[in-house]
Design a protein around this ligand. Structure first.
Ligand SMILES: C[S@@+](CC[C@H](N)C(=O)[O-])C[C@H]1O[C@@H](n2cnc3c(N)ncnc32)[C@H](O)[C@@H]1O
Length: 277
């Protein structure tokens, strides 16, 4: 793909790192228009997968769950609301945080078809979408600020592979995601498969790294058990992002998770935001 990069030039290695992109300038309106203003086949696939994950837990039995890099996507938050009493939607971008905060009480009508699918699969979800979203708290923070071992479950959708061109940083972001849950905590995720850096509309290029099932397994297997990786085929109703589909993951963090001295994520950042109840 061509086009100017979002936020700045690549570092010396040529691979742009997460902090080199201006996430505050994330084009929320264009991203929604391209991906979420209508329900695409791939959304149905991700929703079915994640709904089955959350239906393992009786309603309300997860005290706290995390949406890691929530962006402006509401359907992962809807799905978590059956099992979770509280959902922290972690997101560093001013633009996405502003959108999310407004949506919690007055969601756009375009989310209704997503809600209908989520609720059809999980009748234990509340009757109204706003009741489900009342369990969500928006946390304006970076992934590096998540305190380790905090959550019962965590979900990550199109983040670690879609925010950096650097393989080590992809691993580190996955490590932060894994260790955000307590040992025995549960993980669910979706990754764009084989997607290079991409553009939204006619905007600048955003950094991404192509990953596949093997790359995801290599990062998660050492720190998880009950690891289940599947994939969805390419959705040709979406814009051409250069991907070949979506990789889906479910796993449980092992006791010997990535908190140890050799863990991929390193120490928690000293600037952890207030995530207390
Ligand atoms: C491709 S979007 C995916 C958004 C959303 N999860 C979805 O399902 O559509 C990538 C998201 O990751 C967020 N992000 C970028 N860098 C991050 C970081 N260091 N920590 C947490 N989130 C980050 C971006 O602001 C953006 O919302």
């Amino acid at each position: 793909m061509t086009g100017r990069p979002a936020g700045g030039p690549a570092g010396p290695s040529g691979a742009r790192r997460n902090r080199e992109a201006d996430w505050n300038a994330w084009p929320v309106g264009d991203y929604l228009a391209e991906n979420y203003r209508q329900l695409h086949p791939v959304d149905r696939g991700v929703i079915a997968h994640h709904s089955a994950f959350y239906r393992q837990f009786p309603p309300g039995t997860l005290a706290r769950s995390l949406e890691f890099g929530a962006g402006p996507n509401l359907y992962p938050l809807m799905l978590a609301a059956g099992a979770s009493r509280r959902i922290d939607a972690l997101e560093p971008s001013d633009a996405s945080v502003a959108y999310l905060r407004a949506q919690l009480t007055a969601p756009d009508a375009s989310w209704e078809p997503f809600w209908a699918v989520c609720r059809g699969l999980d009748p234990s979800l509340p009757e109204r979408l706003t009741e489900a979203l009342a369990r969500v708290r928006v946390v304006h923070a970076d992934a590096r600020s998540v305190p380790a071992g905090t959550y019962d479950a965590a979900s990550m959708n199109f983040v670690a592979e879609s925010v950096t061109e650097d393989a080590g940083e992809f691993r580190d972001l996955c490590g932060l995601f894994i260790r955000s849950v307590r040992p025995g905590g549960r993980l669910v995720a979706a990754f764009m498969e084989n997607m290079p850096s991409y553009r939204i509309g006619t905007g600048p290029r955003w950094p991404a790294i192509p990953v596949d099932e093997d790359a995801v397994r290599a990062v998660f297997a050492p720190h998880t058990e009950e690891l289940r990786i599947t994939r969805l085929g390419k959705d040709r109703t979406l814009p051409e992002y250069g991907d070949s589909g979506v990789v889906l993951l479910r796993a449980t963090r092992t006791t010997d998770g990535p908190d140890g001295p050799d863990g991929p994520a390193g120490p928690a950042a000293p600037t952890a935001p207030d995530l207390s109840p």
